[in-house]
Design a protein around this ligand. Structure first.
Ligand SMILES: [Zn+2]
Length: 667
């Protein structure tokens, strides 16, 4: 009898997730049941004459939410054995159900009837705000006006389909181009490993000889770094930066259509423009604040960027002369990566592969966990007997005063069907579980022996472990009482603050020393971190500025996007004629991770992180700072205004100064 039991129906009562006992065929019936439970609860809430209880409302979707997390996590990380899973049906069910929650008229009415004084705590106000925003996005505030609501739905569907076309075009144009290099002379500066890959690809594509490169980043990026033939670099640069800018897979029209529809949607929902719509739910609050933010960084970063440009230009000609080649008139964008790499090597001589020997995975864990203990008195213990969905998953628990706080696990290594990149998943949020579980997912290189304990990390991978643990602390130390605002459920531009701050601890001299890196190498590592940082910062601001301008309502159908970028961007390089960034910018036109009107948030969070870290750096009593940090930032999640939380922690409003100092823009 017990064998036939659907374990997923009981999943909220499990401390961990018994992935090994869940069958594919359990998912669909469990989802159906969870929706039934949710709808029954909704009926009770709607017919209850007393004011809406926010906890009861959130609880009604606990089972559905938990299933969704478990299912999505499995889909992204585990092998895609789909037998008996009914994937399409489940996906459809999830989409429909999510929509049905925030278009439920009865529930919305209960929310509207809640009086201000019935929301007693700040936390309740923020939960309320969170859900009201969802109702707003789904058009419930205009639901009296049938015509407007219909229009809104149409626009949303249209945007989704145009973005899907945009993405398809981008894939097609990326795949369309290839460059087969046949002259050995052009290949002389490439590392052997890259040459081998390119040679194999050339064979695969049916060329008689040569080295083949494509516009996929792992191929494009080394090409631009190592190809000494400037004309070929230019050719490649143009191919890469004019993707979908005209031609059979053009995104020119689609782009302006999407931007216009976003604008129209914002109007219907009662906003002046798309920026106002998006930013009304962000820490940055409005366009003016972002412009000020950009300007204050540009003021200090632009002179530095110009200086770096001049240095690189001078070096480029010295390098050409040394190699008995012609001088160059101007340093162009297709020269940046090539000469930067040479100059960096000349100045700092760091071999990133050689650095791996200093960072055995287990040592990285050990040093990081010591740091966390020193700051927060939180002990991190390896859990040997926890089984999740793969043997490579490493699980830890966090302890404070001998009380278990929660679990976090690392699923670090690539597998065939695992999604690329890295992400954090709040697998069992607090509130829903006595011990929250958070998963850190990445794709880092495993040792050739295939043993976890033999794995050594690159500098970047070690930094990533620190970063993701910052997110994990945010989840596990959360003390909020509501699911929607617990842990990392914070405003978008605040999310990366605690994680980026942890990176700074990694780059402390005293930390790097613990990895037995020679002192002079540590100095070089720290200098390389800020190599050409002015150029990089200005480049990032260029994207953000165009993103914001594009969504401010001034860009109209038929406008020239290339001219628009030139006018509204900023750069120390001449923008090459006939190139366009936003025709192939998947951040801004993305179905899964929509960064439209949000590109600024990378730097915004970084500025906050440096300012928070500065508090630790300059204090004698780090434990006291950590206690304040835990109290005002980590424990609060999204239960209050991030600006205020930051102010309470720091004792003043956030400042860009530590960021500017750290990057070397000011003394
Ligand atoms: Zn992150």
């Amino acid at each position: 009898m017990s064998e036939n039991k659907n374990i997923l129906l009981d999943i909220l009562n499990y401390e961990l997730i018994p992935y090994d006992k869940i069958k594919n065929s359990d998912y669909l019936p469990a989802f159906k049941k969870s929706i039934e439970v949710m709808n029954e609860d909704f009926s009770k809430i709607i017919s209850d004459p007393s004011p809406l209880n926010l906890s009861s409302f959130e609880k009604s979707t606990f089972l559905f939410d938990q299933l969704k997390i478990i299912y999505n996590n499995k889909r992204r990380s585990d092998s895609l054995d789909e037998e008996n899973l009914h994937k399409e049906e489940i996906d459809k069910l999830i989409n429909e159900t999510e929509l049905s929650i925030y278009t439920n008229k009865g529930i919305f009415k209960k929310f509207k009837e809640l009086k201000e004084d019935e929301l007693k705590t700040t936390e309740e106000k923020y939960v309320y705000k969170f859900h009201m925003r969802k109702f707003l996005e789904n058009g419930m505030f205009i639901s009296e006006n049938e015509e407007k609501l219909k229009k809104l739905k149409e626009i949303k569907i249209k945007i989704a389909s145009l973005i899907s076309k945009y993405e398809t075009n981008l894939i097609k144009d990326t795949n369309k181009f290839e460059l087969n290099v046949t002259n050995e002379e052009d290949m002389k500066e490439f590392p052997e490993s890259i040459k081998t890959i390119a040679k194999n690809l050339s064979k695969e594509k049916g060329y008689e000889s040569g080295y083949c490169f494509t516009l996929k980043f792992p191929s494009y990026s080394p090409f631009m770094m190592y190809c000494c033939n400037r004309e070929l670099r230019k050719k490649m640069y143009y191919a890469y930066n004019s993707k979908c800018y005209g031609g059979e897979n053009s995104n020119v029209e689609l782009l302006s259509e999407i931007v216009e529809l976003r604008q129209e949607m914002s109007h219907i929902l009662g906003f002046k423009n798309y920026n106002e719509y998006v930013l009304s739910n962000r820490m940055a609050k409005n366009e003016e604040n972002i412009n000020k933010f950009h300007d204050s960084i540009i003021e200090k970063a632009l002179p530095k960027a110009k200086e770096e440009y001049d240095k690189l230009f001078k070096f480029a000609n010295e390098y050409e002369e040394e190699n008995k080649r012609n001088k160059i008139d101007t340093l162009e964008l297709w020269d940046l990566s090539y000469y930067s790499d040479k100059l960096k090597k000349k100045l700092y001589d760091i071999d990133s592969e050689q650095l791996r020997k200093y960072f055995p995975l287990n040592k990285v864990f050990e040093k990081l966990f010591n740091l966390i203990y020193d700051l927060f008195e939180i002990k991190i213990v390896k859990e040997e007997n926890v089984k999740l969905f793969h043997n490579d998953i490493i699980t830890f628990s966090m302890w404070y005063n001998n009380n278990k706080m929660g679990y976090f696990y690392f699923d670090l290594f690539p597998r065939n069907e695992k999604t690329m990149g890295g992400w954090v998943y709040s697998l069992k949020p607090k509130i829903m579980n006595k011990y929250p579980i958070v998963g850190v997912n990445a794709n880092i290189r495993k040792a050739v022996t295939n043993k976890i304990e033999d794995t050594n990390l690159s500098l970047y991978e070690a930094e990533t472990i620190f970063h993701e643990t910052g997110h994990s602390l945010h989840v596990i130390l959360s003390e909020t009482n509501y699911k929607s605002i617990t842990g990392i459920n914070v405003l978008w531009d605040f999310l990366e603050m605690p994680s980026q701050m942890m990176e700074e601890f990694f780059y402390e001299k005293s930390m790097l020393k613990q990895f037995d890196i020679p002192e002079d190498l540590i100095e070089r590592i720290l200098k390389v971190k800020n190599f050409n940082v002015g150029i990089g910062t200005i480049r990032q601001i260029e994207f953000s500025k165009i993103d914001i301008k594009l969504h401010s309502g001034i860009f109209k159908k038929g406008d020239d996007i290339e001219a628009f970028e030139r006018k509204n961007g900023i750069s120390v390089f001449k923008k090459p004629e006939g190139t366009c960034i936003f025709c192939a910018f998947s951040h801004i036109f993305n179905a899964t991770y929509d960064y439209s009107c949000g590109y600024y948030s990378y730097m915004w969070a970084e500025v906050l992180a440096f300012d928070a870290y500065d508090e630790f750096k300059k204090s004698e009593n780090k434990k006291a700072v950590a206690e304040r940090y835990r109290k005002w930032i980590l424990s609060k999640g999204g239960s209050d205004d991030p600006e205020l939380l930051f102010k309470n922690f720091k004792g003043r409003e956030f400042s860009i100064e530590p960021f500017l100092k750290n990057k070397g823009f000011i003394e």
